[in-house]
Design a protein around this ligand. Structure first.
Ligand code: LLP
Length: 463
């Protein structure tokens, strides 16, 4: 969800007033580097290139729709997070944003750890060689089979999400004769300023154990009493696409308070805290994300300060960015099909994908940018809505944007910042074939997740 995503927001109001709109400020041919992957630029002919390869060539070789991921940008973001947090902290990439074997290998090479939240993600991670001790296992309803697998392979930590799970994990660890390292996920009671469906630290939701009314303290009590569990710390994740550090500060403060209470009651100083993910990225020019360095400094300052005042040793901090690493590194390339001008309203531009490759607009009212990328154009800007090919009027990819008025069928347009939660939330609605993810680096492009085929669809249909 972009900060500018709300229909009542200023950008929307400026754009749409009873069918009249103000012209966009920027030259449509200029790519705002905030929303595009780092190696994206236009070549001498005006075509967009990524990793040195022009989109026309990419479209020809890999087809559309397709996600193109700038591998060197991904790696640079991993390094920026690792460097910002330094050797006394751990960065766990949140695999739910986008996970594939290639991604797991890049993470290992760049020194990151991995947060998984399902058996499928765990399998992908292990298959690509991620050492189990560098994996954190999450989820509000891990199945017994998933917990057994996680314990068997020796994941570095299981993040306990409920009272029942404390008992479940303890029992499984005992039956495997191991002492499982665990954290307890607490809900700190912070209302993150984001869409309701992606805010996770207020109390009325399904994740974690509330700090309020002593629930989390009770969870610590029960966990410490079980020999087969080694409680290494407290976990908090307050939501997603957050720009304001205030929520993280409150969260860190409350988690440190719990550590102090645990020390007072049990004489134990828990060695770690995990502050989750959720840092926002730029989907449009109006979003201003923070740099990892600023984030790391803000978080470690607050934890250090709170620990000093509680006379606690500063715990090791971990964080779990997903979107902030992979989100900006990819764009979705579409071919323009039908163009339908609606007099006095806007022009509907239909592309060869839609809500099956990007559900975020329909689900969260998310806002995206779009650009004509197969060429430049000096034509006037026209107000468009980019829509997909699905049988549903909510099948919107970009709600309000400007594209040149000479846009024509066959042009290529691209939606930036689709690296996170687009391929990972893609569906086969209308029996759409999920698009490939193509990694581009230094003049080379290779498929890391292939396009689905009609045979893939039929293979599952065994009736
Ligand atoms: N850690 C935990 C425990 C999480 O639940 C999540 C995201 C993350 C880390 C990573 O959050 P990130 O840095 O990527 O924001 N589908 C939604 C986002 C759901 C996020 C769920 N949990 C979207 O498309 O916006």
């Amino acid at each position: 969800m972009s900060r500018s995503a709300h229909p009542a927001g200023p950008r929307h109001a400026d754009v749409m007033t009873e069918g009249h709109y103000s012209a966009p400020a920027a030259d449509l041919n200029v790519l705002d580097e905030k929303v595009w992957a780092r190696t994206v630029t236009r070549d001498a002919d005006g075509a967009l290139t990524v990793g040195g390869i022009a989109v026309a060539r990419l479209a020809e070789e890999f087809g559309t729709p397709a996600y193109f991921l700038d591998e060197s940008d991904f790696r640079a973001r991993c390094r920026a997070w690792a460097d910002a947090f330094g050797p006394d902290a751990d960065v766990f990439y949140a695999g739910k944003a986008f996970l594939s074997r290639a991604v797991v290998r890049w993470l290992q090479e760049e020194g990151l750890n991995l947060d998984v939240c399902s058996g499928g993600e765990l399998t992908t991670a292990l298959d690509a060689g991620m050492p189990a001790e560098r994996i954190a296992f999450h989820g509000n309803n891990k199945t017994v089979a998933e917990i057994e697998r996680a314990v068997e392979v020796g994941v570095g930590r299981i993040v306990l999400d409920s009272f029942q799970e404390i008992v479940r994990v303890a029992h499984i660890a005992r039956s495997h004769g191991v002492r499982q390292r665990v954290q307890i996920r607490v809900t700190v009671g912070v209302e993150a300023h984001t869409h309701e469906f992606i805010a996770t630290a207020h109390e009325d939701q399904k994740f974690g154990i509330a700090l309020a009314d002593g629930q989390a303290a009770e969870a610590v009590r029960r966990t410490l009493a079980l020999d087969s569990l080694e409680l290494i710390g407290i976990h908090s994740h307050i939501g997603s696409q957050i720009f304001d550090m205030a929520g993280f500060e409150v969260s860190a403060r409350r988690v440190v308070q719990l550590l102090a209470e645990v020390r007072d009651e049990h004489g134990v100083e828990l060695p770690e805290i995990d502050l989750g993910g959720g840092l926002g990225i730029a989907y449009t020019s109006e979003d201003d994300p923070r740099e990892p360095h600023d984030i790391a400094k803000a978080l470690s300052d607050i934890v250090t300060r709170e620990c000093e005042s509680a006379k606690l040793r500063t715990p090791r901090i971990s964080v779990e960015p997903g979107r902030a690493i992979v989100g900006p590194t990819a764009f979705t390339l579409y071919e323009v099909g039908t163009i339908k001008p609606l007099e006095g309203l806007r022009t509907y531009v239909s592309v060869d994908g839609g809500m099956s490759d990007n559900i975020r607009t329909a689900l969260y009212d998310a806002e995206y940018s779009v650009a004509l990328v197969s060429r430049t154009s000096e034509a006037e800007p026209m107000l468009v809505r980019v829509v997909g090919k699905h049988c549903e009027s909510g099948d919107i990819v970009v709600k309000d944007a400007f594209l040149p008025a000479d846009l024509a069928p066959g042009d290529l347009i691209a939606v930036p910042a689709t690296g996170a939660y687009c391929r990972s939330m893609a569906s086969n609605y209308n029996h759409a074939l999920r698009p490939p993810v193509v990694a581009v680096r230094d003049g080379e492009a290779r498929v890391i997740v292939r396009r689905e085929t009609e045979e893939d669809l039929l293979r599952l249909d065994v009736g």
